[in-house]
Design a protein around this ligand. Structure first.
Ligand code: C2O
Ligand code: CU
Length: 477
C-alpha cells in the first residue's frame, strides 16, 4: 500500500515539514558528538494518490518573499514556496502525474532533466505554460532508471533568469532492488551558486552591460555556493561509516571539482544511476546539470573534521576567467562523531549490469560542433529541425568543442553512453544525459532513440549560452 511506502520514504529522507529556506551559518562551537546535521534535505512532494505505483503531486511555481541568503528577505521565485523546490521522489515503474500551476508573472515550463518521456511532457520551450496557466505532466518511470535527476524551468531565453530566482529541485528515482546496503544513509546535496546584491536579490545585470557580457561569455557564476539552499552546512559521520551522497549540480555555469580530504570517496553512479562497478576516486568533476553518486567512507579520527571542497577547475577562456578561479572553497563541513570507529559495510563489487550499446548497430553518425554561442554554426530556431533520427535506431554522435572554454552537452529524452573522449575509450558503459566537453576536445556518444517520436532539445547547459540560442532541435520520427 502506498501510504506505508510514503511513510518509510519520509523516514529515510528524514523529512516531516517543509524546510525553512535558510539555516544560519552554523556555530563552530557545536559539540561534534551529538551528531546533529545542519544540512537539511528539501521536503519530499506529498503523494496524493492511494493507488499503488502512482505518484500524483501538486507543484506550483510562484513569486515568493524569502531569504535566498540568510537574513535577507527578497523577491524570489519558488516551487511550492521553497528553494530548492521539493524533491519528487518516485520508484522505478511508477506512473507520475504532476499537477503544475504557473503562478509566475511570465511563461515557464518544467523540464524533467534526464527522464525518458513523451516530447510533449518534457517541458521544452516548445511547450510553454503561460503566466497563470496550468498543465499536467504525466509520465511513466521505466524499469532500470533508478538514479538522481532534477527539474528546472526551460522557457525560451528565460531559463537562467528563472533558475537564478530560485526554481530548481531534485527528482530521485529509487530502485525496486537497490544493490547498496540499506544501512547506508542516503543524503541529497543540491549545489547551486548565486550572485546576490546587498539586499539579497539575485544580481542579474542587463545583457548589454559589461557585467552582463561577462556572464554571457562565462555563464553566470556567483561567490555564494548553496548546498540545499544553505550556506556551509554540516554533516556528521562516524569513523568507518559509509554514507551515500547524491550530488546534483543545479548551477547555471559553475563546474565543481569535488573532494573530501580525510575520507575515502567511491563513485558509484552518475546521471543515469549506478555504475556497474564502484570506483574509488580522489576527486570527481561535476559539470552544471550533471549528477554523481558517491559513497563517502569516514577515514578520519573520531572528533576531527574535514570538508567537502571544491577544487579549482579552469573551464574558462583566459580573457574572462574570474580572478578567484584558483581558490579552493569549502562547501560543507564533515564532522567526525566522537564515538569509536565502526567496521565499514561491504560494498558489492557489481552494482548492476550495464550492457554497452552496440556500435555496430549504429545507423548514423552525426556531428554536433560547439563554437561560442552556436551549434553547427547556428543559433536556435524553434521552427527549424537540425538533426533527425528514426525511433528505435542507434546513432553515434560526435560532440566537437571548437573553442577555448568548456561546454556541457545535454540531450533531452534519451540517455546515452560515452564511447570515448579525445579518442580515449571509456573504461565501462555508464548512463549519462549530460557530458562536459572540455575546451578544444571531442566526445563521442552512442544513443538509442527508443519509444518516443517528437522534437527534442540538445544544447549547451550553461544557462546563459542556452538562453542565447546554443540549442539545436532533434526530430525523432
Ligand atoms: Cu537541464 Cu534542456 O536542460
Ligand atoms: Cu556553452
Amino acid at each position: 500500500m502506498r501510504v506505508a511506502v510514503t511513510m518509510s520514504m519520509m523516514l529515510a529522507w528524514s523529512i516531516t515539514t517543509p524546510l525553512p529556506v535558510q539555516q544560519p551559518p552554523h556555530a563552530d562551537t557545536a559539540p561534534v558528538s551529538d551528531r546533529i546535521d545542519t544540512l537539511v534535505a528539501p521536503s519530499v512532494l506529498q503523494n496524493l494518490s492511494t493507488i499503488p505505483h502512482v505518484v500524483e503531486v501538486n507543484l506550483t511555481a510562484a513569486p515568493a518573499r524569502l531569504a535566498l541568503y540568510p537574513g535577507k528577505v527578497t523577491d524570489a521565485f519558488a516551487y511550492n514556496g521553497q528553494v530548492p523546490g521539493p524533491t519528487l521522489l518516485v520508484h522505478e515503474g511508477d506512473s507520475v502525474i504532476v499537477h503544475f500551476h504557473n503562478e509566475l508573472p511570465e511563461a515557464t515550463t518544467i523540464h524533467w532533466h534526464g527522464m525518458h518521456l513523451a516530447a510533449s511532457m518534457d517541458g521544452s520551450p516548445l511547450y510553454l505554460v503561460p503566466a497563470g496557466g496550468r498543465t499536467d505532466y504525466v509520465f511513466k518511470v521505466e524499469p532500470d532508471r533508478a538514479g538522481t535527476y532534477w527539474y528546472h524551468p526551460h522557457p525560451d531565453r528565460r531559463t537562467g533568469f528563472q533558475v537564478a530566482k530560485g526554481l530548481y529541485g531534485a527528482l530521485v528515482v529509487l530502485a525496486v532492488h537497490d544493490p547498496l546496503p540499506k544501512s547506508i544513509p542516503d543524503k541529497l546535496l543540491i549545489l547551486a551558486d548565486n550572485r546576490l546584491l546587498a539586499d539579497g536579490s539575485p544580481d542579474l545585470p542587463d545583457r548589454d552591460s559589461p557585467a552582463g557580457q561577462i556572464d554571457q561569455e562565462n555563464g553566470r557564476e556567483g561567490p555564494v555556493i548553496f548546498v540545499n539552499g544553505q550556506l556551509h552546512p554540516s554533516l556528521t559521520i562516524r569513523a568507518g561509516e559509509v554514507q551515500r551522497w547524491r550530488i546534483v549540480n543545479a548551477s547555471a555555469a559553475r563546474v565543481y571539482r569535488l573532494a573530501v580530504p580525510g575520507a575515502t570517496m567511491i563513485q558509484v553512479g552518475s546521471d543515469g544511476g549506478l555504475f556497474e562497478h564502484p570506483r574509488e576516486v580522489k576527486e570527481v568533476l561535476i559539470a552544471n546539470s550533471e549528477r554523481v553518486e558517491v559513497l563517502i567512507r569516514g577515514t578520519g579520527a573520531p572528533g576531527s573534521k574535514t570538508a567537502l571542497v571544491d577544487l579549482p577547475y579552469d573551464r574558462y577562456v583566459p580573457q574572462t576567467r574570474p580572478d578567484d578561479w584558483d581558490q579552493t572553497r569549502d562547501l560543507l563541513e564533515l564532522r567526525y562523531a566522537t564515538e569509536p570507529p565502526v567496521r565499514p559495510v561491504t560494498i558489492p563489487a557489481v552494482l548492476r549490469p550495464i550492457a554497452a550499446l552496440d556500435t555496430t548497430q549504429a545507423v548514423a553518425h552525426q556531428v554536433v560542433a560547439f563554437s561560442q554561442g552556436l551549434i553547427n554554426g547556428k543559433r536556435m530556431d524553434m521552427d527549424r529541425v537540425d538533426l533527425r533520427a528514426r525511433v528505435g535506431t542507434t546513432e553515434i554522435w560526435e560532440i566537437d568543442n571548437l573553442v577555448g572554454m568548456d561546454h556541457p552537452f545535454h540531450l533531452h529524452g534519451f540517455r546515452f553512453q560515452v564511447l570515448d573522449r579525445d579518442g580515449v575509450l571509456e573504461s565501462e558503459p555508464r548512463w549519462k544525459d549530460t557530458v562536459n566537453v572540455p575546451k578544444h576536445s571531442t566526445v563521442r556518444i552512442i544513443v538509442r532513440f527508443d519509444n518516443f517520436a517528437g522534437r527534442w532539445m540538445f544544447h549547451c547547459h550553461i544557462l546563459d549560452h542556452e538562453d542565447d540560442g546554443m540549442i539545436g532541435i532533434l526530430q525523432t520520427y
